[in-house]
Design a protein around this ligand. Structure first.
Ligand code: RB5
Length: 146
Protein backbone atom coordinates (compact mmCIF):
# COMPACT_ATOMS: atom_id res chain seq x y z
CA UNK A 1 0.00 0.00 0.00
CA UNK A 2 1.27 3.44 -1.00
CA UNK A 3 0.05 6.61 0.69
CA UNK A 4 -0.07 9.82 -1.33
CA UNK A 5 -0.72 13.38 -0.26
CA UNK A 6 -0.12 16.99 -1.14
CA UNK A 7 -0.90 20.58 -0.31
CA UNK A 8 -2.67 22.84 -2.82
CA UNK A 9 0.53 23.52 -4.79
CA UNK A 10 1.28 19.82 -5.08
CA UNK A 11 -2.29 18.84 -5.88
CA UNK A 12 -2.03 18.80 -9.71
CA UNK A 13 1.01 16.51 -9.54
CA UNK A 14 -0.55 14.35 -6.84
CA UNK A 15 -3.49 13.80 -9.18
CA UNK A 16 -1.11 12.64 -11.96
CA UNK A 17 0.49 10.25 -9.49
CA UNK A 18 -2.94 8.98 -8.43
CA UNK A 19 -3.78 8.24 -12.09
CA UNK A 20 -0.41 6.51 -12.54
CA UNK A 21 -1.01 4.26 -9.52
CA UNK A 22 -4.53 3.43 -10.74
CA UNK A 23 -3.31 2.63 -14.27
CA UNK A 24 -0.62 0.32 -12.86
CA UNK A 25 -2.95 -1.34 -10.33
CA UNK A 26 -0.75 -0.23 -7.43
CA UNK A 27 -2.84 -0.08 -4.24
CA UNK A 28 -2.85 3.35 -2.62
CA UNK A 29 -4.62 5.54 -0.14
CA UNK A 30 -5.01 9.27 -0.77
CA UNK A 31 -4.71 11.65 2.19
CA UNK A 32 -5.68 14.63 0.06
CA UNK A 33 -5.90 17.44 -0.55
CA UNK A 34 -8.67 17.19 -3.08
CA UNK A 35 -8.63 20.69 -4.59
CA UNK A 36 -6.30 23.63 -5.15
CA UNK A 37 -7.76 25.52 -2.19
CA UNK A 38 -4.97 26.70 0.11
CA UNK A 39 -3.83 23.95 2.49
CA UNK A 40 -1.00 23.39 4.97
CA UNK A 41 1.58 20.80 3.93
CA UNK A 42 2.71 19.91 7.45
CA UNK A 43 -0.71 18.55 8.38
CA UNK A 44 -0.94 16.38 5.27
CA UNK A 45 2.62 15.14 5.80
CA UNK A 46 1.85 14.07 9.35
CA UNK A 47 -1.40 12.32 8.42
CA UNK A 48 0.27 10.43 5.56
CA UNK A 49 3.39 9.50 7.49
CA UNK A 50 1.37 8.13 10.42
CA UNK A 51 -0.01 5.55 7.99
CA UNK A 52 3.54 4.43 7.22
CA UNK A 53 4.80 4.14 10.78
CA UNK A 54 1.59 2.32 11.79
CA UNK A 55 2.21 -0.23 9.03
CA UNK A 56 -0.94 0.64 7.09
CA UNK A 57 1.22 1.84 4.18
CA UNK A 58 4.67 0.74 3.09
CA UNK A 59 5.83 3.92 1.35
CA UNK A 60 4.60 7.43 0.69
CA UNK A 61 4.72 9.99 -2.08
CA UNK A 62 4.12 13.58 -1.05
CA UNK A 63 3.96 16.72 -3.17
CA UNK A 64 4.08 20.42 -2.44
CA UNK A 65 5.32 23.36 -4.51
CA UNK A 66 8.99 22.58 -4.08
CA UNK A 67 8.81 19.24 -2.27
CA UNK A 68 10.89 20.82 0.48
CA UNK A 69 8.35 21.91 3.08
CA UNK A 70 6.46 18.64 2.97
CA UNK A 71 9.73 16.68 3.26
CA UNK A 72 10.80 18.72 6.28
CA UNK A 73 7.48 17.98 7.96
CA UNK A 74 7.58 14.29 7.02
CA UNK A 75 11.06 13.89 8.49
CA UNK A 76 9.76 15.07 11.88
CA UNK A 77 7.69 11.89 12.17
CA UNK A 78 9.66 9.19 13.98
CA UNK A 79 10.55 6.38 11.58
CA UNK A 80 10.17 8.44 8.43
CA UNK A 81 13.04 8.87 6.01
CA UNK A 82 11.74 11.31 3.42
CA UNK A 83 13.79 12.34 0.40
CA UNK A 84 13.02 15.38 -1.71
CA UNK A 85 14.22 14.45 -5.20
CA UNK A 86 14.17 16.10 -8.58
CA UNK A 87 16.56 13.77 -10.43
CA UNK A 88 16.41 10.09 -11.32
CA UNK A 89 19.75 9.13 -9.72
CA UNK A 90 18.75 10.54 -6.32
CA UNK A 91 15.33 8.87 -6.40
CA UNK A 92 17.01 5.53 -7.10
CA UNK A 93 19.91 5.91 -4.66
CA UNK A 94 17.71 7.10 -1.82
CA UNK A 95 16.09 3.67 -1.94
CA UNK A 96 19.36 1.73 -2.39
CA UNK A 97 21.35 3.56 0.28
CA UNK A 98 18.94 5.46 2.54
CA UNK A 99 15.97 3.05 2.53
CA UNK A 100 13.82 6.16 2.10
CA UNK A 101 10.17 5.40 2.80
CA UNK A 102 8.81 8.70 1.48
CA UNK A 103 9.52 10.43 -1.84
CA UNK A 104 8.77 14.16 -1.93
CA UNK A 105 8.32 15.96 -5.22
CA UNK A 106 8.03 19.61 -6.15
CA UNK A 107 5.09 20.18 -8.45
CA UNK A 108 6.45 23.61 -9.37
CA UNK A 109 9.97 22.27 -9.96
CA UNK A 110 9.69 19.27 -12.26
CA UNK A 111 7.39 18.22 -15.09
CA UNK A 112 4.88 15.49 -14.36
CA UNK A 113 6.33 13.07 -16.93
CA UNK A 114 9.71 13.21 -15.21
CA UNK A 115 8.00 13.02 -11.81
CA UNK A 116 6.33 9.75 -12.79
CA UNK A 117 9.73 8.32 -13.76
CA UNK A 118 10.97 9.22 -10.28
CA UNK A 119 7.89 7.59 -8.74
CA UNK A 120 8.49 4.43 -10.77
CA UNK A 121 12.16 4.07 -9.83
CA UNK A 122 11.42 4.91 -6.19
CA UNK A 123 8.74 2.22 -5.95
CA UNK A 124 10.73 -0.49 -7.74
CA UNK A 125 14.22 -0.10 -6.26
CA UNK A 126 15.21 -2.23 -3.27
CA UNK A 127 17.32 -1.18 -0.29
CA UNK A 128 20.83 -2.67 -0.51
CA UNK A 129 21.30 -3.19 3.23
CA UNK A 130 24.82 -4.10 4.36
CA UNK A 131 26.90 -1.07 5.35
CA UNK A 132 23.93 1.15 4.58
CA UNK A 133 21.86 -0.49 7.32
CA UNK A 134 24.45 0.65 9.88
CA UNK A 135 23.98 4.23 8.70
CA UNK A 136 20.18 3.95 8.85
CA UNK A 137 20.56 2.65 12.41
CA UNK A 138 22.63 5.73 13.23
CA UNK A 139 19.82 7.96 11.96
CA UNK A 140 17.36 6.03 14.14
CA UNK A 141 19.71 6.49 17.10
CA UNK A 142 19.51 10.27 16.63
CA UNK A 143 15.71 10.04 16.82
CA UNK A 144 15.93 7.97 19.97
CA UNK A 145 18.32 10.41 21.69
CA UNK A 146 16.12 13.46 21.28
C1 RB5 B 1 2.86 26.82 -0.97
O1 RB5 B 1 2.75 28.09 -1.52
C2 RB5 B 1 4.32 26.41 -0.90
O2 RB5 B 1 4.99 27.21 0.01
C3 RB5 B 1 4.43 24.95 -0.54
O3 RB5 B 1 3.72 24.18 -1.44
C4 RB5 B 1 5.84 24.36 -0.53
O4 RB5 B 1 6.50 24.65 -1.72
C5 RB5 B 1 6.65 24.62 0.65
O5 RB5 B 1 7.76 24.11 0.80
Amino acid sequence: MIVIGSDHAGYPLKEKIREYLEENAIPFTDCGVFSEASADYALIAEEACKKIVSGEAEKGILCCGTGIGISMAANKVRGIRAACCSDYYSAKLTRMHNDANVLCLGARVIGWGHALELVNVFLTTEFEGGRHQRRIDQITDIENRR
